[in-house]
Every structure is written in structure tokens, then in C-alpha cells.
Design a protein around this ligand. Structure first.
Ligand code: NAD
Length: 485
């Protein structure tokens, strides 16, 4: 795993910081609403500016200082950012939940800790050396300068933390234009990052943002002459906007991840994993399972398993009622519909209450058994409503998975013990992330191997973004010398 901290180190930091905050009476214990209210009172400063021009100018000055600060400082800064973000993981999660009204606060804590501990740092930029009869060649990874990042409302803090670790590790300065619906928690996050960087001896304003982000300020930032590189995380409109600029853009766009369950699968485990994955943060994460395609012989068994693991299976008349609530426009057969934004990221229990259904216990997911062409199968719903659709054979399952994913090539998964089928589907999907026999969040490094990213750049082919993504490769060749063996 190429992340900076072991599990033991993470636990030690959390314990240390909790003890320190407890002793100093810091505000880190404030609950989401209170912390948001406190953040609202904050003045400009610590990286937050009134205008895009000021935010970019400050980051450009910080970059000049950062370039000459050396690698050791860079390592120290990233360690300090990780430590601060672990300390504030819970508060930022509660603030994000309170401000956006999306997802589950407890799951947002998991997301914050995941990106903090498993986003690769400067170690991702180990130089590469080649020596031979003709001498030596070394490749090093250089920064671009000022990088702009546009972030989504669905993962406001986890994207800011992940992008900061990746982009600053590569030696760049960073200017955020965050989603307006998450501007207060995002500003607080940027302030905390700046304070951590300054305390570690780094330049002030290495990571900046504007106090009042808008679509216009996003466009101004993306087109700013001092910005060298764009990272955009969001839906199709902002991806298209970034690709219209004259800059290199790394774009992390939408998905519609299918989970296929074949007749060779451990169906009980598949059911458990699908409930865990699809209900994670109420399905707002782009990689969360959004459609289940099951082979007919095991369909009933799977649905019973989903119910056992925390899902509520909707009766047909309940689904009809739910469609009227969650869609402003149900799509034609085989087409996505329009989701009512009011219900994005809301709890399954709230959706049930809206359609007049009482359910016992903590319902994490609603399950709707639907035909293949039902709009839910084709829609990126971003709420805990899982369409389950049955097919006759594996070929049909893979074809439906490819088609309903709309060739975003983002994320897909399969539950199967047949290696040939796993391989066939992975090839056909051609996705940035493909998971076999686990929840899709395992592909982000949560309960699976590998590093984490919260900007999965499928449209531009960069995949899981990391410090190398934000680096310029530079080569030095020395002819006829420095091979010393
Ligand atoms: P969104 O597209 O509404 O907003 C994303 C960001 O883009 C916000 O900061 C917003 O202010 C800005 N924006 C939106 N339209 C713009 C325009 N025309 N010009 C300039 N800026 C614009 O998305 P959201 O609701 O915040 O996030 C959910 C979407 O993002 C989903 O489609 C999800 O799949 C996708 N997403 C993808 C990834 C990934 O890694 N690929 C990660 C998270 C979210």
C-alpha cells in the first residue's frame, strides 16, 4: 500500500490529538451545526479570499516559496496535513452533513479518515533511474505551479483533503472553487489545512479558495492565466466546461456503477456487500453501486439476503409511489430519468416515511425489483434506492452492465467465483475501477488493497489521481558516464 501511515500510526495520532484537544478545550468537539455557525463568523484569511484573483495571486506567491523549500519540508507539510485532518475528521464530517444535508455523518467520518491515511504522498514521486552502456538517465517529477480544483457537494471535505495531499505532495500550490452548497465547511477545511501547513514551516496560502464560490467564479478560476492545470470533480456540465478551456484538465466525471451477481457467487456475501456499498453515505459517492444485475436462478435468494442485511424490499405499489417522489421525470425505457435533487443523499427511512411506509430498525437501503429497461437501472440516482433486475445468462448481464453504465468507464463490480467470467466482465466494462467479490468502496482502498483517490478521472483517462497525475515528468540524460558497475 503506498500511503504514508500504518493503522497503528493512525490510531496513535487520533489518541494523541484527542488528548491534546481535550486538554486545551478546543472547539473540535462542537457538533456540526454549531461548528458551522462558528465557521460562518470567520474572517477572510488562512487561505480564504474575497476574489479569485486574490486567491490565485496568493497561491502563486506561496508556490514560489514552496519550490525552494525542499523535499523535507514537503514531507513535513503532508504529515502535518494528515495529522490535522485526522484530528478534525469527525467535526468536518458533521459540518458537511449539516450544511449539505446529504449522506450519513458516520460514513463521512470513514471517508475523511480513508482519504487522509491512504492518499499517496510525496513517496509517490520516487525518481526513476536507468543505467547502461551509454550512461545514465533519471526521470524526476516536477510541479506544474498553481493547480485549480473544482469540488463536488457530495464529498466536499474528503475531496478537498484528497486533492490537497495529491497536489501539494507533487510540489504545487492549489486553489479551490468548491460547491456553493458546501462553502462553509469547505472554507473551514481550507483554513485548517493552511494552519497545519504554516505550523509545519510551509508557506502561507499554499492552499486557497474563495469565500463565496459560484459557477461564475469556477469559470473564472478555470480560465485564469496563472493557473497551469485543472482538476475537476463533478457531473457532466463542469467536466465539459473544463474541457472547453485551453488548459490541461484532469476531469473526474459521473458514473452509474453496476454490480453483477452470477449463479456461482457466494450470494449471502454478495447481498451483504451490496447493502454496505450501495448504502455507504446514502449512495452519494460516484463509485457506490447503483444497479444490481442478477442471474435469474439466484435472484430470489439475493433479494432475501439483501433484506437480511438491512434493506427494505419495496412492494410494487410502494415503488410506484416512490417513483413519483424521487423522479421529476421518469426516463423512457432504457433511458435515465431526472432525479428530484431534494431527495439526493437522504436516508432510506426518510424516503419510506415520504411514501407512508413504516419499517423497523435501521433501514440502510430500499430495494426495487424492476425490469431491465426500468429508468432506475439507467439513472445515477445518488440515494439509497437499489434497483435489482434479473437476466437469463452471464452474457446478457455483462451487456446490460456495459449499456446501463453509459460507457462512462467509471466503476463496476461482479460477485462470482468464476475467474473467466470475472475477467470477461472486467474487459468488457473497461472501467477505472473494477471490483470482484467486495463492495465497490474496496476499490477505493476501504477494505481493499491499494491507495485511495476521491477524484477518479475517467473521462481524461488518468484514473485514480495521485501525486504523479499532477506532476511534469522531466528527464536528465548523462551520456557515457555514471554507470558505476
Ligand atoms: P456538480 O456537477 O453539480 O458540481 C460539481 C462542481 O462543479 C461544483 O463545485 C459546482 O459548483 C461546479 N459546477 C457545476 N456546473 C458547472 C458549470 N457549468 N461551470 C462551472 N462549474 C460548475 O456535481 P455534484 O452534485 O456536486 O457532484 C455529483 C456528481 O459528481 C455526480 O455526477 C458524481 O458521479 C460526480 N463525482 C465524480 C467523482 C469522480 O471521482 N469521478 C467524484 C465525486 C463526484
Amino acid at each position: 500500500m503506498s500511503s504514508g501511515l500504518s493503522d497503528e500510526q493512525v490510531q496513535a495520532i487520533i489518541a494523541r490529538v484527542r488528548a491534546r484537544l481535550g486538554a486545551s478545550g478546543s472547539g473540535a468537539g462542537l457538533r456540526g451545526e454549531q461548528a458551522l455557525a462558528a465557521a460562518e463568523q470567520a474572517e477572510l484569511g488562512d487561505g480564504i479570499f474575497a476574489t479569485v484573483d486574490e486567491a490565485v495571486a496568493a497561491a502563486a506567491d506561496a508556490f514560489d516559496a514552496f519550490v525552494s523549500a525542499g523535499l523535507e519540508t514537503r514531507h513535513r507539510i503532508i504529515a502535518a496535513v494528515r495529522e490535522a485532518m485526522l484530528a478534525h475528521a469527525e467535526t468536518l464530517a458533521e459540518m458537511a452533513h449539516a450544511e449539505t444535508g446529504l449522506g450519513r455523518a458516520a460514513d463521512k467520518v470513514v471517508k475523511n479518515r480513508l482519504v487522509t491515511t491512504r492518499s499517496p504522498g510525496p513517496e509517490d514521486l520516487e525518481p526513476q533511474a536507468v543505467t547502461g552502456d551509454e550512461g545514465m538517465m533519471v526521470t524526476e517529477f516536477a510541479p506544474f505551479g498553481v493547480v485549480a480544483s473544482i469540488t463536488p457537494t457530495t464529498n466536499p471535505t474528503s475531496t478537498i483533503i484528497n486533492n490537497t495531499i495529491a497536489i501539494v505532495s507533487a510540489g504545487n500550490a492549489l486553489v479551490f472553487n468548491v460547491h456553493p452548497n458546501a462553502k462553509r465547511v469547505s472554507a473551514e477545511n481550507i483554513r485548517l489545512i493552511n494552519r497545519a501547513i504554516a505550523a509545519a514551516g510551509g508557506p502561507t496560502d499554499l492552499v486557497t479558495g474563495v469565500a463565496e464560490p459560484t459557477i461564475d467564479s469556477a469559470k473564472a478560476l478555470m480560465n485564469h492565466p496563472a493557473v497551469r492545470l485543472l482538476l475537476v470533480t463533478g457531473g457532466p456540465a463542469v467536466v465539459a466546461e473544463a474541457l472547453r478551456t485551453d488548459k490541461r484538465a484532469v476531469t473526474a466525471g459521473p458514473g452509474n456503477p453496476p454490480a453483477v451477481v452470477d449463479h456461482t457467487a457466494d450470494v449471502e456475501q454478495a447481498a451483504r456487500d451490496i447493502v454496505r456499498g450501495a448504502s455507504f453515505d446514502n449512495n452519494v459517492i460516484c463509485t457506490d453501486e447503483k444497479t444490481t444485475i442478477v442471474l435469474r436462478p439466484v435472484a430470489d435468494q439475493l433479494v432475501r439476503g439483501l433484506a437480511r442485511h438491512g434493506a427494505y424490499v419495496l412492494a410494487e405499489h410502494e415503488l410506484r409511489r416512490l417513483e413519483r417522489v424521487i423522479f421529476t421525470e421518469v426516463g423512457a425505457p432504457g433511458r435515465p430519468g431526472r432525479i428530484n435533487p431534494r431527495w439526493i443523499g437522504k436516508d432510506a427511512a426518510a424516503l419510506l416515511a415520504e411514501i407512508g411506509v413504516r419499517a423497523d430498525g435501521d433501514v440502510r437501503l430500499l430495494v426495487a425489483q424492476v425490469p431491465n429497461e426500468h429508468s432506475l437501472v439507467w439513472t445515477e440516482q445518488m440515494m439509497p434506492v437499489m434497483p435489482v433486475t434479473a437476466v437469463g445468462d452471464v452474457d446478457r448481464a455483462i451487456r446490460l452492465a456495459v449499456d446501463s453504465e453509459h460507457r462512462f468507464r467509471h466503476t463496476a463490480s461482479i460477485h462470482s467465483t468464476n475467474v473467466e467470467v470475472i475477467t470477461r466482465m472486467a474487459r468488457a466494462m473497461n472501467c477505472s475501477i473494477f471490483v470482484a467479490n467486495g463492495p465497490t468502496f474496496a476499490g477505493l482502498g476501504e477494505g481493499g488493497e491499494g491507495f485511495c483517490s476521491f477524484s477518479i478521472a475517467t473521462p481524461t483517462g488518468d484514473g485514480m489521481t495521485r501525486p504523479r497525475t499532477f506532476s511534469r515528468e522531466r528527464r536528465i540524460t548523462l551520456v557515457g558516464a555514471l554507470r558505476i558497475v
